[in-house]
Design a protein around this ligand. Structure first.
Ligand code: NAD
Length: 353
């Protein structure tokens, strides 16, 4: 075994994992010196937010249930007004990446501590990254004050995640792990974490498709999502995340589906250049990383075609242009023609070769 040189750092998050751990939320808020906690959710997950408030008991300052996609600054401002009027000094977010994004946006402006209780596999709860929109313009920032101090993973909250979102959100999390393996600032520990996360997802997702209520598979998938998200938070992402960001932002596409569809294609693209680095992923998925991920996604009934998201073939030229307009690091150099043909295959759902 030969070792390349590396620099490793990891982030300071407290993680509480297990079924029923939601009941510990008041204790976790107190540990952060919170005396009144505002609970955040989407309108759809208001019942879960109320359950969290019940567990908070006398610490509950109320529920703000207006979290929405893309973290609009205008919603954040309304949430901060509620935080102030209810005298809250910490936030508890219960939901997917959109709700956790709102908590981060509040924390970065007010300094209040956060307890995040994720209910999807997106992984935002363990990253110091915040994407927001103001007047339709998306900005992304990164900083230690954005990272939630405490995460409670209670898999019982994911039992209601519909199969389709379980699959696409699971593939979204796997994208964090695979890109972490060839990251420029990767390390042996992040690679171990990424591989363990990928293995957990590979084992859990097929079971969930057949039995979404399988508790052991739900537990395993959320464990995998934690590991994959940890990699996203710790190292830089490249071609896959950038492409999803470009397409998602300019065509207003659904987050998890876009990741799910592009993953086999971006990984197949990179695999041609760094096959040795991606060999453990290839081994996990039947011999090829890109092709294997395509077969895995197909076996789960995941969406496979960009055309299914309503993208017109005529948009692909512009997308390839946009995706290569601002060069960024990638293990395989990006050229417009190669990205254009990657997008063509993803548009028609062909197996990457
Ligand atoms: P989401 O948070 O937008 O949730 C999608 C829908 O599913 C919502 O209506 C939500 O209420 C519902 N939902 C969530 N959990 C559920 C459950 N267990 N049962 C039933 N319904 C449930 O989706 P997402 O994919 O988790 O997050 C996507 C957003 O998060 C994007 O805006 C993305 O940019 C952001 N994100 C950010 C980071 C980061 O590090 N900053 C990482 C990943 C994702």
């Amino acid at each position: 075994m030969s070792m390349d040189s590396f620099v490793h750092s990891s982030l300071p998050t407290r993680v509480v994992f297990g079924r029923g751990r939601l009941g510990q939320v008041a204790e976790e808020a107190v540990r952060l010196e919170g005396t009144r906690a505002l609970v955040l959710s989407t309108p759809h997950q208001r019942p879960e937010a109320e359950r969290v408030a019940e567990h908070l008991g006398r610490l509950a300052a109320g529920v703000f249930d207006q979290a929405t996609m893309h973290t609009p600054v205008e919603v954040t401002e309304r949430a901060i007004a509620t935080l102030r009027s209810s005298n809250a000094d910490c936030v508890v977010s219960v939901g997917g990446g959109s709700t956790i994004g709102l908590a981060k946006a509040i924390a970065v402006r007010t300094g209040v501590p956060q307890v995040a209780i994720p209910t999807t596999y997106a992984g935002s709860e363990v990253t110091p990254i915040l994407g927001e929109t103001e007047d339709g313009v998306k900005t992304t920032r990164r900083g230690p004050e954005i990272l939630p101090e405490t995460v409670i993973y209670d898999p019982g909250l994911t039992d209601t995640l519909p199969v389709s979102l379980s699959v696409t959100s699971g593939l979204n999390s796997m994208a964090h792990a695979v890109e972490g393996i060839y990251a420029r600032d990767g390390s042996p520990i992040h690679t171990l974490v990424a591989m363990e996360g990928l293995r957990a997802m590979r084992d859990a997702l097929p079971t969930l498709v057949h039995d979404p209520a399988d508790a052991a598979a739900r537990d395993l998938a959320l464990y995998g999502a934690w590991l994959c998200g940890t990699v996203l938070g710790a190292v830089g992402m490249s071609v896959h995340h950038k492409l999803c960001h470009t397409l998602g932002g300019s065509l207003d596409l659904p987050h998890a589906e876009t990741h799910a569809i592009l993953l086999p294609h971006t990984i197949g693209f990179v695999e041609e250049t760094v096959p040795r680095q991606l060999a453990p992923v290839a081994e996990l998925f039947g011999g090829e990383a890109g092709g294997g991920l395509h077969d895995f996604a197909a076996s789960l009934g995941a969406p496979l075609r960009l055309s299914d998201l309503g993208i017109a073939e005529a948009d692909l030229d512009r997308m390839a242009e946009l995706a290569t307009a601002n060069p960024y690091w990638s293990p395989r150099p990006l050229d417009r023609d190669a990205i254009r043909s990657l997008l063509q295959r993803a548009w028609s759902g062909e197996r990457p070769n």
